[in-house]
Design a binder for this molecule. Structure first.
Ligand SMILES: [Zn+2]
Length: 466
């Protein structure tokens, strides 16, 4: 399996300036080649010149222009050849995707590439071969740049910079897994992203299984084959962050996006946002970065905890509702993408630990009574958190009933026998809640409906049956 290992870098001020310089030059090359590509495109349209097409529409046509450009612009030599090559390949790829769209070889059309403003997006530095142009000694990552000219001897010599990984690589990381390295920058933070290829352990058959019903009030509500119900609380820290993001965004949007008129040498006119807009935008980027980072830690912690207890984790397929968009709905959609990312994290954690991840079909699981199987014809309104089955009189917690039905579907699908469980199906006997406190998960007992007896300090037991 191929995956990406992203690690934060500790970079001092001088090295940051060097890396920014490298990125800027790669970006410059991209724009320069795009200028040539635009001219070639025009020429090809007018003259059908096959030479123009060869440079423009082949995988390596633009890359082969680099040696000549290095002659003309010696500063290109200060950047590693791999990084330069990939700036060209990236442009060629974008052009070819555009062509595919035009000729119907892609489902959706792609715009012809545009000039990249470096200030808006840092151009990443790609070393696309294993350990070529970079080396790792413990936590120290050495990057080769290009060559600098020694003014005394007139000779060129190779320049290196060294950065430090903020954390040591994970235990499973081995040098022979690495395929390529990308250096990126988000906000003010630099990252090393290693593409790694590794063999994963065989998938074991599922033993202890949990089915999780994802919803708005919490990340999910799960019931397992032992009759333990777990409510996984939403990340509380996102609420405060989201409020802050809204504030800054509305401040930014009150500034003028098109404030300063810029005339390029060619005579074309573009607009630059005001200083205040730029400053607020940088704050906003940083807030988004923090949000992404915290969310990732949260999801990873929950996934690890689940797979420590379970051999199989199955999540409802959660179908979103369409319609007009309000702030509240946007929040809900954030939650939707949170669940999407939760699923990705689970799949990845399962693959890594040789366990099983899957989804179950949610349709009808909320309205159907898990005890007798009768279905409420008009469904259960979203605000109703608990309800009583009109046919058999069982009192249900909405999410728990859905998860129980999900678990039954999972067990049926995998042919897992239900022997040992009360009444031939799983019944909930213990409820607990998981809350993420920023460091780890705190488990709490949870009282909700039914008759509740205290048995364990961190769990609550519920008597089964009527
Ligand atoms: Zn019933």
């Amino acid at each position: 399996m191929r995956s990406a290992l992203k690690m934060r870098l500790e970079v001092d001020g001088h090295t940051a300036a060097v890396l920014d310089g490298q990125s800027r030059i790669a970006n410059w090359l991209y724009n320069r080649l795009l200028e040539e590509a635009n001219a070639l495109r025009q020429r090809f349209r007018e003259t059908r010149d096959p030479d123009a097409a060869r440079v423009l529409y082949t995988e390596r046509g633009l890359r082969d222009r680099i040696p000549a450009l290095k002659q003309e612009f010696p500063f290109l030599r200060t950047v590693h050849s791999s990084v330069l090559k990939n700036a060209a390949l990236r442009l060629s790829w974008a052009i070819r995707e555009h062509q595919k769209g035009r000729h119907g070889r892609r489902v959706r059309g792609v715009r012809w590439p545009r000039f990249r403003p470096w200030k808006r997006k840092w151009f990443s530095l790609l070393y696309d071969e294993p350990w070529k142009g970079y080396a790792l000694h413990g936590r120290m990552l050495e990057l080769s740049l290009g060559q600098s000219l020694d003014p005394e001897s007139g000779r060129r010599r190779r320049v290196h910079v060294t950065v430090r990984l903020a954390e040591p690589p994970p235990d499973w990381f081995r040098h022979d897994m690495v395929r390529q390295l990308r250096i990126t920058k988000e906000g003010r933070i630099y990252y090393a992203v290693f593409t790694v290829e590794r063999v994963l352990p065989d998938t074991r058959p599922a033993g202890r299984i949990i089915a999780i019903d994802p919803n708005h009030r919490n990340l999910g509500y799960g019931v397992d084959t032992e009759g333990v119900a777990t409510e996984i609380a939403n990340p509380w820290f996102l609420k405060a962050l989201d409020r802050r993001i809204d504030e800054v965004k509305s401040l930014r949007d009150r500034c003028r996006r098109k404030s300063v008129r810029v005339v390029r040498p060619g005579g074309s006119v573009s607009w630059r946002p005001s200083r205040r807009w730029q400053r607020l935008n940088a704050v906003l980027d940083e807030l988004w970065r923090v949000r992404r980072e915290q969310t990732k830690v949260y999801l990873r912690t929950v996934a690890n905890r689940l797979y420590r207890e379970y051999d199989g984790v199955f999540v409802g397929d959660y179908t979103p509702h369409g319609g007009g968009i309000s702030t509240k709905m946007r929040r809900a959609m954030n939650n939707q993408s949170l669940i999407g990312r939760f699923k990705e994290t689970l799949a990845w954690t399962a693959a890594r630990s040789g366990k099983v991840y899957g989804v179950w079909e949610e349709r009808g699981t909320t309205r159907t009574c898990g005890a007798c199987g009768s279905a409420a014809p008009d469904g259960i309104p979203p605000e109703v958190r608990q309800w009583t089955c009109p046919d058999c009189g069982t009192r249900h917690i909405r999410d728990e009933n859905a998860a129980l039905n999900g678990l039954a579907r999972v067990l049926a699908k995998f042919g897992v026998p239900c022997s040992g469980h009360l009444g031939g199906h799983v019944a909930v006997r213990t409820r607990r809640a998981w809350r993420f406190d920023g460091l780890g998960i705190r488990e709490m007992p949870r009282a909700a409906g039914g008759r509740v007896d205290d048995h364990a300090a961190s769990r609550q037991e519920i008597k089964c049956g009527a």
